[in-house]
Ligand binder design. Structure first.
Ligand SMILES: Nc1ncnc2c1ncn2[C@@H]1O[C@H](COP(=O)(O)OP(=O)(O)OP(=O)(O)O)[C@@H](O)[C@H]1O
Ligand SMILES: [Mg+2]
Length: 502
């Protein structure tokens, strides 16, 4: 960069020389230039923390030089695709092409002299590295006849040339680091001029950073990045401390294409839009309706299709239904002045007493219902203490073995809600699994599930579990030792591992 103070011979120029770009202005308001031919020969490193304005700076540089030099942009976030609208860059979505295709594209863009944005948005780190490497490799390997100058801009360069092994595969890291090293160390002869930007200098491979002779240093907070910057620039640590105080959009410039002495410049405006502009602060209006149910509603369950073959209605059930309709036509003692919670507890206790009988598990619900109604009448709850539907729900809850305290928790309400959406004969199984999950108990064995299901057949118990899994209500998992866990789709509750054959 030159300026009236730095180089008096430029004072009379108010517009840029054809090979000089105006990056912005220096303190005092005069233009801050960048010498393009010099940049092509000596490369550029931009560093600054997130939000310091690196991408904006790259955009300014690209816009200013778009009509002067061919460009390739390695764009991990799809930030630069808008250059296509104004300057006609070809946007290549890396997600849509194989490495071989991208390698060919890299070579062909040089043959046809087209500016390209390689959009790597949405790919995982491994694929971003491999595909960027393929494209850069293609450009690097283009035949000598096509070695025209290309400005190769790599945003977030630490992704492609990381200083340390990360979570990516060795293969991806090797390919990508190799391509970046070629670009920065061996690219010049082939016409490739690397311009790389990074948030964290300490995360960028040293050999890649070291090949740039021009620097634009933005706001930097971390000591480790600051000392790397001071080393690279041959500055005192004390001088580098100034990077901490740089506002967004201001960079310290140094290098043959910029300025021979460190100088602070403010980057100018841009023509195309960035897609990465941060969120705009708008007046916040809290929702007027209660949002609990909107946000925490259980995930919809599929309608229970083709329910498993059910037991034919037993004579007991027919009798029970008849008995029940009889009970509701008869008058009953008035118990309406009783506290509903107390009443619910008392009824639950009655039900538990019935279920304490070992054989109760294998009696059809209708028969238990009759028994229950009789006991209710004796206890003074009248003839229609509970209708059949509510009774089935109460039975399922009682069979799960949940404690009266736990029964009052919101989780249990949610469990009952999930249970209400499966066929009635499945509800007890579901609630038993829910209780096991909430109390961190092992998944019940097939035999236990069979008993709750009202059958002696463990095969039927297993089919019931499979059916619940097919309905996307639960997920069954077997560990290496053949033990089973059950997880609930939606709330995510999970039982401990239990032996299915216990
Ligand atoms: N010189 C500038 N003039 C006006 N706005 C700017 C300038 N520099 C940056 N901005 C704005 O500040 C915001 C952050 O800038 P930018 O996206 O360039 O940061 P960055 O350093 O690339 O951050 P990240 O590392 O997170 O990608 C953007 O909305 C950008 O438009
Ligand atoms: Mg950025």
């Amino acid at each position: 960069m030159t300026s009236p103070e730095a180089a008096p011979d430029t004072e009379k120029h108010h517009t840029a020389h054809p090979s000089r770009l105006i990056l912005g202005e220096i303190t005092g308001g005069s233009a801050a230039f960048m010498d393009l031919p010099e940049l092509l020969a000596t490369r550029l490193l931009v560093q600054g923390n997130s939000g310091s304005g690196k991408s904006h700076l790259l955009r300014r540089l690209l816009e200013q030089s778009a009509r002067l030099v061919q460009q390739a942009i390695i764009d991990p976030e799809g930030d630069f695709v808008s250059l296509a609208d104004v300057y006609g860059h070809l946007v290549i979505d890396a997600a849509d092409h194989t490495e071989a295709a991208l390698q060919a594209a890299g070579e062909r863009m040089r043959v046809h002299r087209a500016s390209v944005v390689l959009n790597l948005e949405g790919l995982d780190a491994d694929l971003q590295m491999k595909r960027a490497a393929a494209f850069l490799g293609g450009m690097f390997d283009a035949p000598r006849a096509h070695w025209y100058p290309v400005l190769v801009v790599v945003d977030e360069a630490q992704l492609f040339a990381p200083s340390a092994a990360g979570e990516v595969s060795d293969e991806a890291r090797r390919a990508s680091l190799g391509a970046m090293t070629n670009l920065m160390c061996r690219g010049r002869k082939r016409g490739l001029a690397g311009v790389i930007a990074t948030q964290r200098l300490a995360k960028l491979a040293k050999n890649v950073a070291a090949e740039a002779s021009n620097f634009l240093m933005g706001r930097t907070f971390l000591d480790i990045d600051m000392s790397r910057a001071a080393d690279l620039l041959g500055m005192e640590r004390r001088q580098a401390e100034a990077f901490r105080d740089l506002p967004r959009g201001q960079f310290m410039a140094l290098g043959p294409a910029l300025s021979r002495r460190p100088m602070t410049i403010r980057i100018g405006t841009v023509e195309t839009e960035s897609r990465s502009a941060g969120p705009v602060l708008m007046p916040f209006v809290p929702p007027s309706e209660p949002v609990h149910d909107l946000i925490l509603a259980p995930l919809p369950l599929p309608e229970p299709v083709a329910p498993r073959p059910r037991r034919p209605p037993s004579p007991d059930l027919v009798e029970a239904l008849a008995a029940h309709s009889e009970t509701i036509t008869q008058s009953s003692e008035d118990t309406s002045d009783q506290d509903p919670a107390e009443r619910r507890n008392a009824l639950a206790t009655l039900l538990r007493e019935i279920l304490e009988d070992e054989e109760a598990g294998f009696r059809p619900p209708a028969s238990i219902y009759q028994d229950f109604l009789v006991r209710c009448r004796i206890a003074g709850f009248g003839r229609d203490a509970m209708d059949m539907r509510s009774f089935r729900r109460a039975l399922a809850t009682a069979r799960s073995g949940i404690s009266p305290e736990a029964e009052e928790t919101p989780q249990w309400r949610e469990a009952e809600d999930i249970a209400s959406r499966v066929p009635e004969d499945m509800q007890a199984i579901l609630l038993t699994l829910a209780r096991a999950a909430m109390e961190n108990l092992p998944c019940p064995s097939d035999r236990e599930i069979a008993r709750i299901y009202g059958t002696h057949s463990t095969g039927r118990a297993r089919r019931a579990l499979t059916w619940l899994e097919e309905q996307n209500v639960i997920v069954l998992r077997l560990d290496g030792a053949g033990r089973r866990r059950v997880a609930f789709v939606g709330p995510g509750w999970e039982t401990e591992a239990g032996n299915p054959d216990a």
